[in-house]
Design a protein around this ligand. Structure first.
Ligand SMILES: Nc1nc2c(ncn2[C@@H]2O[C@H](COP(=O)(O)OP(=O)(O)OP(=O)(O)O)[C@@H](O)[C@H]2O)c(=O)[nH]1
Ligand SMILES: [Mg+2]
Length: 263
């Protein structure tokens, strides 16, 4: 049976199931075709309705969560292009990996609520663009940041040394109390490794920071790295005995009705 049998061919087809109005016998092929078309049409509409409902539900959950935190910490994820900044954030906030590679343009952020010491902490995680032409944009956000995840790619030799530039920028633009963590991403690519674990540890030691090798692909150490940073910021607040309102390190959830806010 060819496509023309369903009346989809171009031009007249002697075998087309178009009904003959004078025939007393109903053309079942034609009726089946109409029914099939209607089913496809209804299926597409139902599919889109379900997608819209799921999206609405997700947005609702997000806004409810955003209202439930005690403190908000702003974290910046920085590093060269393609080291996996977006992927690391996606693994942590959505437990997903993959899709086509799309370079980040400017900045973007995702929220994640964690609990420390019985308090709900909203981590507002800012994704930056690794491409040089967007560097100024990222830098503008440093002054109000509480923590930095410095990411390199263990399979890309230059990506570690290039972090020196970002470390200088942090020193110049971020609050003194801001915390950092060094992350060697793509540890699943051990056989393509160009930077040893020892080199990473050495670099971290030089800047007196904690170090993790992680993989956005298989999830290794992702949660640990983010939560280490969250805990460090929280510890700093407790150490200094700062109250919610006097600290620039944390932001009080002052407007419970407000949805997402930046900076
Ligand atoms: N094998 C492996 N690949 C990864 C990992 N993380 C990211 N990638 C891949 O590396 C490429 C770049 O990832 P992105 O997360 O978009 O990198 P990015 O640092 O955000 O890049 P820019 O937005 O351009 O600065 C993508 O093809 C990812 O699939 C990982 O842990 N393991
Ligand atoms: Mg990106």
């Amino acid at each position: 049976m060819g496509i023309g049998d369903w009346g989809l061919g171009i031009g007249p087809n002697p075998q087309s199931p178009i009904p003959n109005p004078q025939s007393p016998i109903p053309n079942y092929k034609y009726l089946f075709f109409i029914l099939f078309q209607k089913l496809i049409h209804d299926f597409i509409i139902i599919y889109f309705i379900i997608i819209i409902l799921i999206k609405m539900e997700e947005n609702d959950e997000e806004s409810v969560d955003s209202r439930k935190f005690d403190f908000k910490f702003k974290l910046m994820v920085i590093g060269e292009s393609k080291v996996g900044k977006t992927s690391v954030i996606k693994r942590y906030t959505k437990n997903k990996f993959g899709g086509i590679y799309l370079t980040t343009v400017g900045v973007d952020f995702q929220d994640k609520i964690i609990e420390i010491d019985g308090k709900k902490i909203m981590l507002q995680i800012w994704d930056t663009a690794g491409q040089e032409r967007f560097r100024n944009i990222a830098r503008n956000y440093f002054h109000s940041s509480n923590g930095f995840l410095l990411i390199y790619d263990i399979s890309e030799k230059d990506s570690l040394n290039k972090l020196n530039y970002w470390i200088d920028q942090i020193k110049l633009n971020a609050p003194e109390s801001a915390k950092s963590v060094l992350i060697g991403n793509k540890c699943d690519l051990n056989n393509e490794r160009q930077i040893s674990k020892e080199e990473g540890e050495e670099f971290a030691k030089k800047y007196n920071t904690q170090f993790y090798e992680v993989s956005a692909k298989d999830g290794t150490n992702i949660k640990e790295a983010f939560e280490y940073l969250g805990n460090e910021i929280y510890r700093e607040i407790k150490k200094k005995g700062k109250t919610r309102t006097e600290s620039h390190v944390l932001t009080k959830n002052s407007n419970k009705k407000k949805k997402k806010s930046c900076c």
